[in-house]
Design a protein around this ligand. Structure first.
Ligand code: GTP
Length: 582
Protein backbone atom coordinates (compact mmCIF):
# COMPACT_ATOMS: atom_id res chain seq x y z
CA UNK A 1 0.00 0.00 0.00
CA UNK A 2 1.28 3.45 -0.82
CA UNK A 3 1.39 5.58 2.31
CA UNK A 4 -1.25 7.97 0.92
CA UNK A 5 -3.80 5.13 0.92
CA UNK A 6 -3.30 4.21 4.56
CA UNK A 7 -5.38 5.67 7.39
CA UNK A 8 -4.67 4.89 11.02
CA UNK A 9 -7.46 5.74 13.40
CA UNK A 10 -8.92 4.94 16.76
CA UNK A 11 -12.39 5.06 18.23
CA UNK A 12 -12.71 6.76 21.59
CA UNK A 13 -15.85 7.13 23.66
CA UNK A 14 -17.27 7.29 27.13
CA UNK A 15 -18.28 3.87 28.50
CA UNK A 16 -21.32 2.43 26.70
CA UNK A 17 -21.58 5.15 24.10
CA UNK A 18 -21.19 2.49 21.42
CA UNK A 19 -17.52 2.21 20.56
CA UNK A 20 -17.51 -1.56 20.15
CA UNK A 21 -20.80 -1.60 18.25
CA UNK A 22 -19.47 0.96 15.78
CA UNK A 23 -16.24 -1.02 15.40
CA UNK A 24 -18.30 -4.12 14.59
CA UNK A 25 -20.30 -2.23 11.93
CA UNK A 26 -17.12 -0.90 10.32
CA UNK A 27 -15.62 -4.39 10.26
CA UNK A 28 -18.79 -5.76 8.68
CA UNK A 29 -19.10 -3.00 6.11
CA UNK A 30 -15.56 -3.58 4.94
CA UNK A 31 -16.10 -7.35 4.88
CA UNK A 32 -13.49 -7.91 7.59
CA UNK A 33 -15.91 -9.99 9.61
CA UNK A 34 -18.91 -11.98 8.52
CA UNK A 35 -22.22 -10.36 9.33
CA UNK A 36 -24.05 -13.62 9.84
CA UNK A 37 -21.77 -15.03 12.48
CA UNK A 38 -22.35 -14.09 16.05
CA UNK A 39 -19.01 -12.43 16.59
CA UNK A 40 -20.15 -9.40 18.44
CA UNK A 41 -17.42 -7.05 19.51
CA UNK A 42 -14.52 -9.02 18.13
CA UNK A 43 -12.00 -6.53 19.35
CA UNK A 44 -12.84 -7.07 22.99
CA UNK A 45 -11.18 -10.27 24.07
CA UNK A 46 -10.59 -10.73 27.76
CA UNK A 47 -13.35 -12.10 29.93
CA UNK A 48 -13.06 -9.17 32.29
CA UNK A 49 -13.50 -6.88 29.30
CA UNK A 50 -16.63 -8.67 28.19
CA UNK A 51 -18.09 -8.67 31.68
CA UNK A 52 -17.37 -5.10 32.50
CA UNK A 53 -17.90 -4.00 28.93
CA UNK A 54 -14.61 -2.13 28.94
CA UNK A 55 -11.47 -2.50 26.90
CA UNK A 56 -8.19 -2.99 28.71
CA UNK A 57 -5.57 -4.04 26.19
CA UNK A 58 -5.34 -2.42 22.80
CA UNK A 59 -5.77 -4.52 19.66
CA UNK A 60 -5.60 -3.66 16.01
CA UNK A 61 -7.74 -4.64 13.02
CA UNK A 62 -7.02 -3.90 9.37
CA UNK A 63 -9.94 -2.91 7.15
CA UNK A 64 -9.88 -2.78 3.35
CA UNK A 65 -12.16 -0.22 1.81
CA UNK A 66 -12.76 0.66 -1.82
CA UNK A 67 -13.62 4.23 -2.59
CA UNK A 68 -13.75 5.87 -6.03
CA UNK A 69 -11.71 3.13 -7.61
CA UNK A 70 -8.94 3.27 -4.99
CA UNK A 71 -8.33 0.69 -2.33
CA UNK A 72 -7.58 1.97 1.15
CA UNK A 73 -6.10 0.24 4.13
CA UNK A 74 -7.78 1.47 7.30
CA UNK A 75 -6.03 0.39 10.48
CA UNK A 76 -8.42 0.49 13.41
CA UNK A 77 -6.37 0.75 16.55
CA UNK A 78 -8.40 -0.16 19.58
CA UNK A 79 -7.96 1.89 22.74
CA UNK A 80 -9.06 1.19 26.29
CA UNK A 81 -11.95 3.39 27.31
CA UNK A 82 -10.97 4.32 30.81
CA UNK A 83 -8.48 6.91 32.03
CA UNK A 84 -6.75 4.45 34.29
CA UNK A 85 -5.41 3.12 31.06
CA UNK A 86 -4.55 6.50 29.59
CA UNK A 87 -0.98 5.28 29.19
CA UNK A 88 -2.33 2.60 26.85
CA UNK A 89 -4.59 5.19 25.24
CA UNK A 90 -1.78 7.59 24.48
CA UNK A 91 0.38 4.74 23.28
CA UNK A 92 -2.38 3.63 20.92
CA UNK A 93 -3.11 7.17 19.83
CA UNK A 94 0.53 7.77 19.03
CA UNK A 95 0.08 5.30 16.20
CA UNK A 96 -2.92 7.17 14.76
CA UNK A 97 -3.54 10.30 12.79
CA UNK A 98 -7.18 10.62 13.70
CA UNK A 99 -9.94 9.50 16.05
CA UNK A 100 -13.66 8.91 15.91
CA UNK A 101 -15.06 10.53 19.04
CA UNK A 102 -18.31 8.69 19.70
CA UNK A 103 -20.94 10.47 21.79
CA UNK A 104 -24.29 9.04 22.82
CA UNK A 105 -27.15 11.11 21.33
CA UNK A 106 -29.11 10.76 24.53
CA UNK A 107 -26.48 11.14 27.24
CA UNK A 108 -24.35 13.73 25.48
CA UNK A 109 -20.79 14.61 26.43
CA UNK A 110 -19.58 12.76 29.52
CA UNK A 111 -16.40 12.99 31.57
CA UNK A 112 -14.46 10.41 29.57
CA UNK A 113 -15.52 12.08 26.32
CA UNK A 114 -13.71 15.18 27.55
CA UNK A 115 -10.65 13.25 28.74
CA UNK A 116 -10.38 11.32 25.47
CA UNK A 117 -10.86 14.40 23.34
CA UNK A 118 -7.98 16.15 25.05
CA UNK A 119 -5.68 13.13 24.73
CA UNK A 120 -6.39 13.15 20.98
CA UNK A 121 -6.12 16.91 20.78
CA UNK A 122 -2.75 16.96 22.54
CA UNK A 123 -1.53 14.28 20.15
CA UNK A 124 -2.58 16.67 17.33
CA UNK A 125 -4.95 14.16 15.76
CA UNK A 126 -7.92 14.90 13.53
CA UNK A 127 -11.06 14.44 15.60
CA UNK A 128 -14.24 13.26 13.86
CA UNK A 129 -17.24 13.63 16.18
CA UNK A 130 -19.77 10.83 15.73
CA UNK A 131 -23.15 11.15 17.42
CA UNK A 132 -24.42 7.63 17.99
CA UNK A 133 -27.75 6.06 18.95
CA UNK A 134 -29.90 8.51 16.97
CA UNK A 135 -32.49 5.73 16.84
CA UNK A 136 -33.21 6.08 20.56
CA UNK A 137 -36.54 7.62 21.47
CA UNK A 138 -34.93 10.25 23.69
CA UNK A 139 -32.09 10.99 21.30
CA UNK A 140 -31.38 14.68 20.93
CA UNK A 141 -28.52 14.92 18.41
CA UNK A 142 -28.88 18.69 17.97
CA UNK A 143 -28.32 19.27 21.65
CA UNK A 144 -25.21 17.06 21.53
CA UNK A 145 -23.95 18.93 18.43
CA UNK A 146 -24.19 22.15 20.39
CA UNK A 147 -22.35 20.66 23.35
CA UNK A 148 -19.57 19.51 21.04
CA UNK A 149 -19.27 22.95 19.53
CA UNK A 150 -19.28 24.62 22.93
CA UNK A 151 -16.87 22.29 24.74
CA UNK A 152 -14.48 21.23 21.94
CA UNK A 153 -14.86 24.11 19.51
CA UNK A 154 -15.69 21.74 16.65
CA UNK A 155 -18.28 23.20 14.22
CA UNK A 156 -21.56 21.33 14.63
CA UNK A 157 -21.80 20.51 10.93
CA UNK A 158 -18.73 18.29 11.27
CA UNK A 159 -20.69 15.87 13.45
CA UNK A 160 -21.81 12.64 11.81
CA UNK A 161 -25.09 11.30 13.16
CA UNK A 162 -25.44 7.54 13.15
CA UNK A 163 -27.05 4.53 14.69
CA UNK A 164 -24.31 1.96 15.10
CA UNK A 165 -26.88 -0.56 16.22
CA UNK A 166 -29.00 -0.28 13.08
CA UNK A 167 -26.12 0.62 10.79
CA UNK A 168 -27.71 3.96 9.82
CA UNK A 169 -25.25 6.32 8.12
CA UNK A 170 -22.18 4.29 9.13
CA UNK A 171 -20.92 4.44 5.52
CA UNK A 172 -20.34 8.19 5.91
CA UNK A 173 -18.05 7.46 8.84
CA UNK A 174 -15.79 5.48 6.47
CA UNK A 175 -15.99 8.35 4.00
CA UNK A 176 -14.94 10.84 6.69
CA UNK A 177 -12.01 8.66 7.72
CA UNK A 178 -10.68 8.83 4.14
CA UNK A 179 -11.34 12.55 3.74
CA UNK A 180 -10.48 14.00 7.12
CA UNK A 181 -7.67 11.87 8.48
CA UNK A 182 -4.18 12.38 7.05
CA UNK A 183 -2.57 9.26 5.62
CA UNK A 184 0.16 6.92 6.61
CA UNK A 185 2.43 5.86 9.40
CA UNK A 186 4.01 9.11 10.36
CA UNK A 187 6.26 8.84 13.36
CA UNK A 188 6.75 11.94 15.46
CA UNK A 189 10.41 12.09 16.40
CA UNK A 190 12.79 14.12 18.52
CA UNK A 191 16.34 14.09 17.19
CA UNK A 192 18.95 13.73 19.92
CA UNK A 193 22.10 13.44 17.87
CA UNK A 194 23.29 13.75 14.27
CA UNK A 195 21.22 14.33 11.14
CA UNK A 196 18.60 12.31 9.29
CA UNK A 197 17.56 12.86 5.69
CA UNK A 198 15.54 11.25 2.93
CA UNK A 199 17.14 8.03 1.70
CA UNK A 200 18.91 7.21 4.99
CA UNK A 201 18.60 3.66 6.26
CA UNK A 202 17.42 3.51 9.88
CA UNK A 203 16.95 0.75 12.43
CA UNK A 204 14.37 0.49 15.19
CA UNK A 205 15.86 -0.52 18.53
CA UNK A 206 12.49 -1.98 19.45
CA UNK A 207 11.92 -4.30 16.50
CA UNK A 208 15.42 -4.37 14.95
CA UNK A 209 13.72 -3.77 11.59
CA UNK A 210 15.44 -1.64 8.98
CA UNK A 211 13.64 1.08 7.02
CA UNK A 212 14.47 3.59 4.34
CA UNK A 213 13.45 7.14 5.19
CA UNK A 214 10.92 8.44 2.60
CA UNK A 215 10.32 11.85 4.05
CA UNK A 216 11.29 14.02 7.01
CA UNK A 217 9.79 17.28 8.10
CA UNK A 218 8.60 19.54 10.86
CA UNK A 219 5.14 19.97 12.37
CA UNK A 220 3.94 23.43 11.67
CA UNK A 221 1.44 22.29 13.06
CA UNK A 222 0.68 20.29 9.92
CA UNK A 223 3.43 18.21 8.36
CA UNK A 224 5.80 20.34 6.33
CA UNK A 225 8.56 18.38 4.54
CA UNK A 226 12.18 19.52 4.99
CA UNK A 227 15.44 18.19 3.53
CA UNK A 228 16.89 17.11 6.83
CA UNK A 229 16.20 16.95 10.55
CA UNK A 230 19.01 17.99 12.89
CA UNK A 231 19.83 17.19 16.50
CA UNK A 232 17.58 19.21 18.80
CA UNK A 233 14.72 19.33 16.30
CA UNK A 234 11.31 17.78 16.78
CA UNK A 235 9.52 16.66 13.65
CA UNK A 236 8.11 13.71 11.79
CA UNK A 237 9.49 10.87 9.76
CA UNK A 238 7.87 8.57 7.18
CA UNK A 239 9.82 5.39 6.66
CA UNK A 240 7.59 2.78 5.09
CA UNK A 241 6.45 1.28 8.36
CA UNK A 242 3.58 -0.84 7.08
CA UNK A 243 1.99 -1.60 10.37
CA UNK A 244 1.41 1.06 12.97
CA UNK A 245 2.51 -1.22 15.75
CA UNK A 246 5.99 -0.83 14.25
CA UNK A 247 6.01 2.80 15.32
CA UNK A 248 6.16 2.44 19.08
CA UNK A 249 6.13 5.43 21.37
CA UNK A 250 9.45 5.72 23.12
CA UNK A 251 11.30 3.64 20.50
CA UNK A 252 14.83 4.69 19.56
CA UNK A 253 15.72 4.93 15.88
CA UNK A 254 19.33 5.05 14.77
CA UNK A 255 21.20 5.01 11.48
CA UNK A 256 21.86 1.60 9.99
CA UNK A 257 25.36 0.36 10.81
CA UNK A 258 25.75 2.99 13.52
CA UNK A 259 24.02 1.28 16.45
CA UNK A 260 23.47 3.18 19.71
CA UNK A 261 22.21 2.31 23.16
CA UNK A 262 18.41 2.72 23.14
CA UNK A 263 17.28 5.84 24.97
CA UNK A 264 15.02 5.30 27.95
CA UNK A 265 11.31 5.34 26.98
CA UNK A 266 9.82 8.82 26.82
CA UNK A 267 6.88 8.04 28.95
CA UNK A 268 6.68 5.31 31.45
CA UNK A 269 3.53 4.28 33.20
CA UNK A 270 3.48 5.64 36.73
CA UNK A 271 1.59 3.71 39.38
CA UNK A 272 -0.68 5.91 41.47
CA UNK A 273 -2.48 3.40 43.64
CA UNK A 274 -0.72 0.83 45.81
CA UNK A 275 -2.19 -2.12 47.64
CA UNK A 276 -0.98 -5.22 49.41
CA UNK A 277 -1.88 -8.56 47.86
CA UNK A 278 -1.76 -11.83 49.79
CA UNK A 279 -2.92 -15.36 49.08
CA UNK A 280 -5.98 -16.24 51.13
CA UNK A 281 -4.07 -19.34 52.17
CA UNK A 282 -0.26 -19.35 52.35
CA UNK A 283 -0.13 -22.75 50.62
CA UNK A 284 -1.36 -20.89 47.53
CA UNK A 285 1.66 -18.57 47.55
CA UNK A 286 3.52 -20.19 44.66
CA UNK A 287 0.46 -20.45 42.43
CA UNK A 288 -0.37 -16.85 43.04
CA UNK A 289 3.22 -15.84 42.38
CA UNK A 290 3.23 -17.46 38.95
CA UNK A 291 -0.21 -16.01 38.12
CA UNK A 292 1.01 -12.50 38.99
CA UNK A 293 4.13 -13.04 36.90
CA UNK A 294 2.10 -14.13 33.88
CA UNK A 295 -0.36 -11.27 34.17
CA UNK A 296 2.32 -8.63 34.53
CA UNK A 297 4.06 -9.99 31.45
CA UNK A 298 1.45 -8.34 29.27
CA UNK A 299 0.68 -5.47 31.58
CA UNK A 300 4.01 -3.92 32.36
CA UNK A 301 2.36 -0.95 34.05
CA UNK A 302 1.79 -2.97 37.24
CA UNK A 303 4.73 -2.72 39.61
CA UNK A 304 5.44 -5.63 41.93
CA UNK A 305 7.48 -5.67 45.16
CA UNK A 306 7.61 -8.51 47.62
CA UNK A 307 6.14 -7.69 50.96
CA UNK A 308 5.13 -9.58 54.04
CA UNK A 309 2.74 -9.05 56.87
CA UNK A 310 2.80 -10.78 60.24
CA UNK A 311 -0.92 -11.39 59.99
CA UNK A 312 -1.34 -12.16 56.31
CA UNK A 313 1.97 -13.87 55.58
CA UNK A 314 4.12 -13.47 52.48
CA UNK A 315 2.70 -11.36 49.68
CA UNK A 316 3.36 -8.37 47.46
CA UNK A 317 2.87 -4.67 47.30
CA UNK A 318 1.49 -3.87 43.87
CA UNK A 319 1.28 -0.50 42.15
CA UNK A 320 -1.53 0.27 39.71
CA UNK A 321 -2.37 3.15 37.38
CA UNK A 322 -5.70 3.69 39.10
CA UNK A 323 -8.52 2.02 40.97
CA UNK A 324 -10.20 0.42 38.01
CA UNK A 325 -6.86 -0.92 36.88
CA UNK A 326 -6.47 -2.52 40.30
CA UNK A 327 -9.93 -4.07 40.24
CA UNK A 328 -9.45 -5.38 36.73
CA UNK A 329 -6.11 -6.94 37.66
CA UNK A 330 -7.66 -8.58 40.70
CA UNK A 331 -10.60 -9.84 38.70
CA UNK A 332 -8.35 -11.29 36.02
CA UNK A 333 -6.34 -13.13 38.69
CA UNK A 334 -9.52 -14.65 40.01
CA UNK A 335 -11.09 -15.47 36.66
CA UNK A 336 -8.15 -16.46 34.54
CA UNK A 337 -5.98 -18.03 37.25
CA UNK A 338 -8.51 -19.13 39.84
CA UNK A 339 -6.60 -17.27 42.54
CA UNK A 340 -8.16 -16.27 45.85
CA UNK A 341 -6.50 -13.16 47.13
CA UNK A 342 -6.71 -10.61 49.90
CA UNK A 343 -6.32 -7.12 48.56
CA UNK A 344 -5.70 -4.45 51.19
CA UNK A 345 -7.12 -0.94 51.19
CA UNK A 346 -5.31 1.04 48.50
CA UNK A 347 -2.94 3.85 49.35
CA UNK A 348 -1.33 6.55 47.23
CA UNK A 349 2.36 7.47 46.90
CA UNK A 350 3.07 10.31 49.33
CA UNK A 351 6.28 12.26 49.34
CA UNK A 352 8.33 13.84 52.09
CA UNK A 353 10.98 16.51 51.73
CA UNK A 354 13.69 15.69 54.22
CA UNK A 355 15.28 18.48 56.19
CA UNK A 356 18.42 16.68 57.22
CA UNK A 357 21.38 18.77 56.05
CA UNK A 358 23.58 15.70 56.11
CA UNK A 359 21.61 14.26 53.24
CA UNK A 360 21.96 17.44 51.22
CA UNK A 361 25.71 17.44 51.75
CA UNK A 362 25.91 13.92 50.44
CA UNK A 363 23.97 15.00 47.35
CA UNK A 364 21.38 12.41 48.05
CA UNK A 365 17.75 12.77 46.98
CA UNK A 366 16.12 15.13 49.41
CA UNK A 367 12.66 14.07 48.42
CA UNK A 368 11.50 10.55 49.17
CA UNK A 369 8.41 8.71 48.02
CA UNK A 370 6.52 6.71 50.60
CA UNK A 371 4.49 3.79 49.34
CA UNK A 372 4.43 1.91 52.59
CA UNK A 373 3.16 3.62 55.77
CA UNK A 374 5.84 1.81 57.77
CA UNK A 375 8.45 3.98 56.01
CA UNK A 376 6.73 7.25 56.92
CA UNK A 377 9.47 9.58 58.20
CA UNK A 378 8.98 11.38 61.49
CA UNK A 379 7.90 15.01 61.37
CA UNK A 380 11.12 16.12 63.07
CA UNK A 381 13.08 15.05 59.96
CA UNK A 382 10.77 16.59 57.40
CA UNK A 383 10.24 20.11 56.04
CA UNK A 384 7.03 19.18 54.26
CA UNK A 385 4.87 16.29 53.21
CA UNK A 386 3.29 16.12 49.76
CA UNK A 387 0.31 14.23 48.43
CA UNK A 388 -0.64 13.41 44.83
CA UNK A 389 -3.52 15.40 43.36
CA UNK A 390 -5.69 14.88 40.30
CA UNK A 391 -7.85 17.18 38.23
CA UNK A 392 -11.31 15.64 38.21
CA UNK A 393 -14.05 16.37 35.67
CA UNK A 394 -17.64 15.75 36.67
CA UNK A 395 -20.54 16.13 34.27
CA UNK A 396 -23.97 16.09 35.85
CA UNK A 397 -27.57 17.17 35.39
CA UNK A 398 -27.89 20.52 37.15
CA UNK A 399 -30.27 19.28 39.87
CA UNK A 400 -27.48 17.29 41.55
CA UNK A 401 -24.88 20.07 41.47
CA UNK A 402 -25.44 21.16 45.09
CA UNK A 403 -25.05 17.69 46.55
CA UNK A 404 -22.02 16.95 44.40
CA UNK A 405 -20.33 20.16 45.50
CA UNK A 406 -20.86 19.13 49.11
CA UNK A 407 -19.40 15.70 48.43
CA UNK A 408 -16.34 17.25 46.76
CA UNK A 409 -15.77 19.65 49.64
CA UNK A 410 -16.00 16.81 52.12
CA UNK A 411 -13.22 15.18 50.09
CA UNK A 412 -10.99 18.25 50.49
CA UNK A 413 -11.38 19.11 46.82
CA UNK A 414 -10.92 22.64 45.48
CA UNK A 415 -13.21 23.87 42.73
CA UNK A 416 -11.39 25.04 39.62
CA UNK A 417 -14.19 25.59 37.16
CA UNK A 418 -17.91 25.25 36.59
CA UNK A 419 -19.71 25.75 33.30
CA UNK A 420 -23.07 24.88 31.85
CA UNK A 421 -22.48 22.74 28.78
CA UNK A 422 -26.13 23.10 27.85
CA UNK A 423 -29.34 24.24 29.51
CA UNK A 424 -29.37 21.64 32.24
CA UNK A 425 -25.98 20.00 32.31
CA UNK A 426 -23.04 21.23 34.35
CA UNK A 427 -19.35 20.45 34.00
CA UNK A 428 -17.43 20.81 37.26
CA UNK A 429 -13.66 20.71 37.60
CA UNK A 430 -12.11 20.03 40.97
CA UNK A 431 -8.60 19.46 42.20
CA UNK A 432 -8.80 16.34 44.37
CA UNK A 433 -6.25 14.79 46.69
CA UNK A 434 -5.94 11.38 45.07
CA UNK A 435 -6.31 9.52 48.35
CA UNK A 436 -9.76 11.07 48.82
CA UNK A 437 -11.10 9.40 45.69
CA UNK A 438 -9.34 6.04 45.76
CA UNK A 439 -11.80 4.27 47.96
CA UNK A 440 -15.44 5.08 47.43
CA UNK A 441 -15.75 8.45 45.76
CA UNK A 442 -17.12 7.12 42.50
CA UNK A 443 -19.77 5.03 44.26
CA UNK A 444 -20.87 8.01 46.37
CA UNK A 445 -21.06 10.23 43.31
CA UNK A 446 -23.14 7.68 41.43
CA UNK A 447 -25.54 7.09 44.28
CA UNK A 448 -26.20 10.73 45.07
CA UNK A 449 -26.82 11.54 41.39
CA UNK A 450 -28.98 8.44 40.79
CA UNK A 451 -26.28 7.26 38.43
CA UNK A 452 -26.38 10.33 36.16
CA UNK A 453 -23.09 12.04 37.00
CA UNK A 454 -19.95 10.88 35.23
CA UNK A 455 -16.42 11.27 36.53
CA UNK A 456 -12.94 11.18 35.14
CA UNK A 457 -9.57 12.44 36.30
CA UNK A 458 -6.06 13.19 35.19
CA UNK A 459 -2.77 13.42 37.04
CA UNK A 460 -2.08 16.92 38.39
CA UNK A 461 1.16 16.51 40.34
CA UNK A 462 1.64 16.98 44.07
CA UNK A 463 0.56 19.48 46.73
CA UNK A 464 1.67 20.20 50.28
CA UNK A 465 -0.41 18.29 52.81
CA UNK A 466 -0.56 17.95 56.57
CA UNK A 467 -0.11 14.22 56.84
CA UNK A 468 0.19 12.17 59.98
CA UNK A 469 0.93 8.57 60.74
CA UNK A 470 -1.85 6.87 62.63
CA UNK A 471 -1.28 3.80 64.81
CA UNK A 472 -3.91 1.33 65.92
CA UNK A 473 -3.29 -0.09 69.39
CA UNK A 474 -4.65 -3.17 71.13
CA UNK A 475 -4.25 -2.84 74.88
CA UNK A 476 -1.45 -0.40 74.24
CA UNK A 477 0.47 -2.41 71.62
CA UNK A 478 0.79 -1.20 68.04
CA UNK A 479 -0.67 -3.42 65.32
CA UNK A 480 1.91 -3.06 62.58
CA UNK A 481 -0.31 -4.04 59.71
CA UNK A 482 -2.86 -1.38 60.56
CA UNK A 483 -0.53 1.63 60.51
CA UNK A 484 -1.85 4.20 58.02
CA UNK A 485 -0.93 7.62 56.71
CA UNK A 486 -3.86 10.02 56.79
CA UNK A 487 -4.58 13.71 56.45
CA UNK A 488 -4.65 15.47 59.82
CA UNK A 489 -8.27 16.56 59.36
CA UNK A 490 -9.41 13.05 58.50
CA UNK A 491 -7.53 11.20 61.24
CA UNK A 492 -10.37 11.23 63.74
CA UNK A 493 -13.08 9.87 61.44
CA UNK A 494 -10.83 7.26 59.81
CA UNK A 495 -9.43 6.17 63.19
CA UNK A 496 -12.92 5.83 64.60
CA UNK A 497 -14.07 3.75 61.63
CA UNK A 498 -11.12 1.36 61.90
CA UNK A 499 -11.65 0.93 65.66
CA UNK A 500 -15.33 0.15 65.07
CA UNK A 501 -14.56 -2.39 62.38
CA UNK A 502 -12.00 -4.07 64.61
CA UNK A 503 -14.44 -4.16 67.48
CA UNK A 504 -17.00 -5.94 65.32
CA UNK A 505 -14.56 -8.55 64.15
CA UNK A 506 -12.55 -9.27 67.31
CA UNK A 507 -13.88 -12.17 69.37
CA UNK A 508 -14.26 -11.52 73.09
CA UNK A 509 -11.40 -12.79 75.21
CA UNK A 510 -10.74 -13.47 78.86
CA UNK A 511 -10.03 -9.81 79.54
CA UNK A 512 -11.19 -6.46 78.32
CA UNK A 513 -9.53 -5.20 75.10
CA UNK A 514 -8.98 -1.51 74.45
CA UNK A 515 -8.86 -0.68 70.74
CA UNK A 516 -7.34 2.75 70.16
CA UNK A 517 -6.29 4.95 67.28
CA UNK A 518 -3.32 7.18 68.10
CA UNK A 519 -1.20 9.86 66.53
CA UNK A 520 2.10 9.75 68.35
CA UNK A 521 1.11 9.54 72.00
CA UNK A 522 -2.27 11.19 71.48
CA UNK A 523 -5.29 8.88 71.47
CA UNK A 524 -7.93 10.05 68.99
CA UNK A 525 -10.45 7.22 69.07
CA UNK A 526 -11.32 4.29 71.30
CA UNK A 527 -13.56 1.24 71.37
CA UNK A 528 -13.75 -1.51 73.99
CA UNK A 529 -14.36 -5.23 73.66
CA UNK A 530 -15.75 -6.64 76.89
CA UNK A 531 -14.23 -9.68 78.58
CA UNK A 532 -15.75 -13.09 78.03
CA UNK A 533 -14.68 -16.54 78.92
CA UNK A 534 -15.07 -19.16 76.25
CA UNK A 535 -14.94 -22.37 78.18
CA UNK A 536 -14.59 -25.21 75.75
CA UNK A 537 -14.83 -27.74 78.52
CA UNK A 538 -18.16 -26.50 79.80
CA UNK A 539 -19.98 -29.14 77.80
CA UNK A 540 -17.98 -32.01 79.26
CA UNK A 541 -19.37 -33.00 82.61
CA UNK A 542 -16.36 -34.54 84.31
CA UNK A 543 -15.56 -38.06 83.04
CA UNK A 544 -14.64 -38.43 79.38
CA UNK A 545 -10.97 -37.48 79.21
CA UNK A 546 -10.42 -38.31 75.51
CA UNK A 547 -13.25 -36.03 74.55
CA UNK A 548 -11.70 -33.26 76.66
CA UNK A 549 -8.35 -33.77 74.98
CA UNK A 550 -9.94 -33.59 71.55
CA UNK A 551 -11.63 -30.32 72.34
CA UNK A 552 -8.48 -28.82 73.76
CA UNK A 553 -6.56 -29.89 70.67
CA UNK A 554 -9.12 -28.38 68.36
CA UNK A 555 -8.92 -25.12 70.27
CA UNK A 556 -5.15 -25.18 69.97
CA UNK A 557 -5.38 -25.66 66.21
CA UNK A 558 -7.79 -22.77 65.96
CA UNK A 559 -5.17 -20.64 67.67
CA UNK A 560 -2.58 -21.28 65.00
CA UNK A 561 -4.55 -19.02 62.73
CA UNK A 562 -4.40 -16.29 65.34
CA UNK A 563 -1.82 -13.63 65.75
CA UNK A 564 -0.91 -12.44 69.20
CA UNK A 565 -0.49 -8.73 69.74
CA UNK A 566 0.61 -8.22 73.32
CA UNK A 567 -1.83 -10.47 75.14
CA UNK A 568 -4.60 -10.03 72.56
CA UNK A 569 -5.31 -12.78 70.06
CA UNK A 570 -6.39 -11.54 66.65
CA UNK A 571 -7.80 -14.03 64.14
CA UNK A 572 -6.63 -13.63 60.56
CA UNK A 573 -10.21 -13.06 59.63
CA UNK A 574 -10.36 -9.87 61.70
CA UNK A 575 -7.37 -8.46 59.83
CA UNK A 576 -8.95 -9.30 56.53
CA UNK A 577 -12.18 -7.53 57.51
CA UNK A 578 -10.33 -4.39 58.53
CA UNK A 579 -7.72 -4.33 55.76
CA UNK A 580 -9.79 -5.36 52.79
CA UNK A 581 -11.22 -2.95 50.29
CA UNK A 582 -14.85 -2.25 51.22
P1 GTP B 1 -17.12 0.30 26.41
O1 GTP B 1 -16.34 -0.82 25.73
O2 GTP B 1 -17.59 -0.07 27.78
O3 GTP B 1 -16.43 1.60 26.35
O4 GTP B 1 -18.53 0.43 25.65
P2 GTP B 1 -18.73 0.76 24.16
O5 GTP B 1 -18.56 2.21 24.00
O6 GTP B 1 -17.92 -0.17 23.35
O7 GTP B 1 -20.27 0.46 23.96
P3 GTP B 1 -20.95 -0.75 23.21
O8 GTP B 1 -20.66 -0.74 21.77
O9 GTP B 1 -20.71 -1.97 24.00
O10 GTP B 1 -22.47 -0.29 23.36
C1 GTP B 1 -23.06 -0.07 24.62
C2 GTP B 1 -24.55 -0.34 24.53
O11 GTP B 1 -25.17 0.59 23.64
C3 GTP B 1 -24.86 -1.72 23.96
O12 GTP B 1 -25.95 -2.23 24.69
C4 GTP B 1 -25.23 -1.44 22.51
O13 GTP B 1 -26.12 -2.40 22.00
C5 GTP B 1 -25.86 -0.08 22.61
N1 GTP B 1 -25.74 0.68 21.35
C6 GTP B 1 -24.63 0.90 20.64
N2 GTP B 1 -24.92 1.63 19.54
C7 GTP B 1 -26.25 1.87 19.56
C8 GTP B 1 -27.15 2.58 18.70
O14 GTP B 1 -26.82 3.14 17.68
N3 GTP B 1 -28.44 2.61 19.11
C9 GTP B 1 -28.89 2.01 20.22
N4 GTP B 1 -30.16 2.10 20.52
N5 GTP B 1 -28.06 1.35 21.05
C10 GTP B 1 -26.78 1.27 20.73
Amino acid sequence: FPVENIRNFSIVAHVDHGKSTLADRLLELTGTIDKTKNNKQVLDKLQVERERGITVKAQTASLFYNCEGKQYLLNLIDTPGHVDFSYEVSRSLSACQGVLLVVDANEGIQAQTVANFFLAFEAQLSVIPVINKIDLKNADPERVENQIEKVFDIPSDECIKISAKLGTNVESVLQAIIERIPPGVIANVALFDGVVSKGDKIVSAHTQKTYEVNEVGVLNPNEQPTHKLYAGQVGYLIAGMKDVTEAQIGDTLCLHKQPVEPLPGFKSAKPMVFAGMYPLDQSEYNNLKSAIEKLTLNDSSVTVHRDSSLALGAGWRLGFLGLLHMEVFNQRLEQEYNASVILTTPTVPYKAVLSSSKLIKEHREKEITIINPAQFPDKSKVTEYLEPVVLGTIITPDEYTGKIMMLCEARRAVQKNMIFIDQNRVMLKYLFPLNEIVVDFYDSLKSLSSGYASFDYEDAGYQTAELVKMDILLNGNTVEELVTVVHKDKAHSIGKAICERLKDSLPRQLFEIAIQAAIGSKIIARETVKAYRKNVLAKCYGGDITRKMKLLKRQAEGKKKLRKIGNVEVPKDAFIKVLKTQ
